[in-house]
Structure formats: C-alpha cells, structure tokens
Design a protein around this ligand. Structure first.
Ligand code: C5P
Length: 434
C-alpha cells in the first residue's frame, strides 16, 4: 500500500470545506489544538501546517492525530507532490492561529521560507490571522504596520484579546478563544470574504445579554436573554474590521475575538456604559434585553420569610430609563443606532406593523424584529428576524444561525452608512410594511 503523503489527494466526494490551519511558534499553539478539534468536529477537512517553532510547543504527532492528515513544516517533504503550492491552491480558507509577530512580518512582506509562508502566498481563498504575542510586540510600530499592510490586502487580522499572557504579564496580546476564532473562520467561509474589512475604521458598540435588577443581596428580577445574538453581532463586526466594544450584561458565553468588553449587571449600569461608549461611536446596537422596571428599593439584607403564612411581601417597581431612546436623542451626526424588538402580533395588528410603529416611536435607524410569539428565541442557536429601516426597507432574514443574522444586520448598517439619511427623506412619512 502506498504511504500517505503530505499532499495526499482529497477524495472528490469529500464536500467538506478545506481549511489549512497554520500554527506559528507561540505558547498559544496549544490552544490551536482545541481550534483544530472544533473545526474538524464541525465538518471541516483541516490540514495543519505548523512552523518549525510551533513544533517546539506542540509536536507533529498531535497535529496529525487530531487532523487525520500527515503534517510537515518543511517544503522539502513529498516534493513530487508540490505541497508548497497545492495546499494553498486547494484551500477554501487559511487560518493562522496563533500568528506571531514574526509570522505577521513574513506574511506582510511575502517571504516564503517555510511551508506555511508558501501556503500564504499561493492561497487565493480568504485568509484569517489570529495574532498572539506580548503586548510590547503587538504594539510595536513594525507589527502594527505589518497588520495594516495585511488588512489593506484583504487579509482578516483579528485583534488579540486582552488578559493573562505568559508569565506574570497581562495586556493585549492573548490569542482569542478557540471558539471565537472558529466562529470567525466559519463566517469567512460562509461569506466568501466578500465583506472583508467593510467595517474597517468604524467604532461600534454592542450591548448584549439581559439585565438583572436586585431585590436584595441574593435575589434579582431577570430575563431569559443569553446574549448569543449580541455576541454574534460583536464577533461579526470585529471579523469585518470594526473596532468593537461589547457591553455584556450577565453573560457566560466565550468572548468573541478582537472585542473589548465591559461587564455590567443592572439596567442603570448598562446605561452608564452605553452612554460613555456611544460618545465616539459610529454605530450603536442595543441588542440587550433591558428590564423596563426595577425594584424601587433594594433590601440591604436578604428578605426573610416569617412564620405568618399571610405575610407576602409586595415589591414596588419603578421604571428604568429607555436607554435606546436616550442614545437616539444624544446621537452624534451620522451615527447609526440599531434597536431590537421582540414582538408578538395581536388582534389589532401583525408583528411588523407593531414593529414599524416602534421604529418610528424610538427614532432609531434600524430595528431588528424578532417574532417571539412562541418564546422560542431565547438561548437558541437560530433566529429569524426582519431588519426594518427608517427609510422604509424591510429585509427578512429566514431562520438562520445567530451569526448569519448578525451579518445581515451589519449588511443593513453598511447600507445605511453608505446611503445615510438621504433614503429617509425619500421615504414617505407613513411607510407601508413590506
Ligand atoms: O420597547 P422595547 O423594550 O420593546 O424596546 C426594545 C429595544 O429597546 C431594545 O433595543 C432594547 O435594548 C432597548 N431598551 C432600552 N432600554 C429599556 C428597554 C429596552 O434601551 N429600558
């Protein structure tokens, strides 16, 4: 039986997307094992191409076992199969995680001194780089210039996460979580790179999750929002090049890559964070489920039950501010504000009619409407929405992943930024629901 070679022919009936996972020599290489696992388990055919330095951290047998393919860092193995050209040519997507400062420099300047850099030069598919390095290296003008050069060529370079680095150091430079890199990879495959960098240079703020309004030190009034849709919005914006601040209320989800996060608990905390972040933002998205009411008083101590069965405390509620309305009122010229609305139809009007009225009442530019008649949206992986535009447009997004919904929302934002309020002038004040 012939030995399996590095560039063994992939069966023609294998319809799985072909991903090359490049791994360069940083300690975060160990996290690429999880990324590889996620990608293979979600139906991708993954070939791992490590650099020599990456193999100092994680050995070739690990990559081979997890990917089911032979592994080499060198252009000198199986030369008759021309792997330095074929792997890149055949790929549907190249992901490099971690991408070290050295790898970024070599990629930016077109060097081809190992198999991975050859793959990067021959690939004609989308390329996603997930940098990881010490803060000083990431912030060095040389690295920043290399990143800018790569981005200008359409390469998607995630911003590193902030947090614990090797040793005692902390700061920007951490590899984003494998789940976040996988999500960015999947959306790049699905969208074919058409929107790469189309939000570059924009500052966006996204709220996500559900607020909790304390009753006493241990109890709160909350809601069932998981934050998945808001996280998908933040992740998609970052993948499309935006600078993203995510204001997350009580979420337990893995953080999307390249996103700055402010954690909040209550509606009032969310309001403070959103108003501060919106000051210099180009786009503000209110995807969080904000409690309309909060207890008028928060008991200092846990509310105790007494022996009297008729002693049932009454909780008085007060209104929370409508943060979306405040954001709309204080928005700066050209800023696009997006609201969400969970709606149900009733005898008086259907879901979209109610939603159109809400869009007009709230004064936002776009309203993402969820039909929650069956309560089926919360915590689910899929969502079906309609994106209403103040100019009268309505884009239905059929049941899709929350990531696909997120991209549809950003498409609408991009359109809105391109056409501005001009469309609104053209729209009739009393717009028909489409
Ligand atoms: O009026 P309704 O709660 O349906 O509006 C939903 C939209 O308003 C969402 O974008 C939500 O984030 C926002 N909202 C808010 N402040 C509140 C309640 C809702 O910003 N107090």
């Amino acid at each position: 039986m012939a030995a399996t070679t590095l560039s063994d022919t992939i069966p023609t009936d294998d319809a799985r997307p072909r991903v090359v996972l490049g791994v360069s020599g940083g300690i975060a290489a160990y996290k690429a094992c999880t990324l590889l696992r996620i990608l293979t388990e979600t139906g991708h055919d993954v070939r791992v191409v490590p650099t020599r330095a990456a193999l100092e951290f994680v050995g070739a047998p690990t990559w081979a076992a997890l990917s089911g393919h032979p592994v080499s860092a060198s252009t000198w193995d199986d030369v008759h199969e021309v792997p330095h050209v074929r792997l890149g040519q055949r790929a549907d997507l190249v992901v490099v995680a971690p991408a070290t400062a050295d790898l970024l420099a070599r990629a930016a300047h077109g060097l081809a001194d190992d198999l991975l850099t050859n793959v990067l030069l021959t690939a004609r598919c989308p390329v996603l780089l997930a940098p990881a390095m010490h803060t000083e290296m990431w912030q060095h003008p040389a690295t920043q210039a290399n990143v800018a050069l790569l981005r200008s060529r359409g390469v998607v370079v995630l911003d590193p996460a902030s947090g614990r680095l090797t040793g005692a150091d902390t700061g920007p430079g951490r590899l984003p979580e494998p789940e976040a890199i996988a999500a960015a990879a999947v959306r790049l495959l699905a969208r074919g790179g058409a929107d790469v960098g189309d939000l570059a240079g924009l500052r966006v703020v996204v709220s996500a999750g559900g607020t909790r309004e304390p009753l006493d030190p241990v109890r709160y009034l909350g809601n069932r929002s998981s934050g998945k849709q808001g996280f998908a919005l933040a992740g998609a914006a970052a993948a499309r090049g935006a600078h993203v601040r995510l204001v997350a209320a009580n979420t337990v989800l893995p953080l999307p890559g390249g996103v700055e996060v402010t954690a909040v608990g209550t509606a009032l905390e969310l309001r403070t964070a959103m108003l501060a972040a919106a000051g210099d933002a180009d786009v503000v998205v209110m995807a969080a489920a904000v409690a309309d009411f909060r207890p008028a008083q928060v008991a200092e101590h846990k509310i105790k039950k007494t022996d009297d069965p008729d002693d049932t405390p009454v909780v008085r509620l007060v209104r929370n501010p409508d943060i979306l309305a405040e954001l709309v009122a204080g928005r700066r010229p050209g800023q696009v504000v997006v609201g969400f609305a969970a709606e149900t139809g009733d005898e008086s009007a259907d879901v979209l009619t109610h939603a159109r009225r809400k869009l007009a009442r709230k004064g936002c530019d776009l309203l993402v409407v969820n039909d929650v008649s069956g309560g089926q949206v919360f915590g689910q992986e899929h969502n079906a929405v309609t994106v209403l535009d103040a100019a009268g447009g309505a884009v239905p997004v059929p049941l899709s992943t929350k990531e696909a919904v997120a991209d549809a929302v950003w498409d609408a934002v991009r359109h809105r930024l391109d056409t501005g309020a001009a469309d609104d002038d053209a729209a009739d004040g009393d717009v028909d629901v489409m």
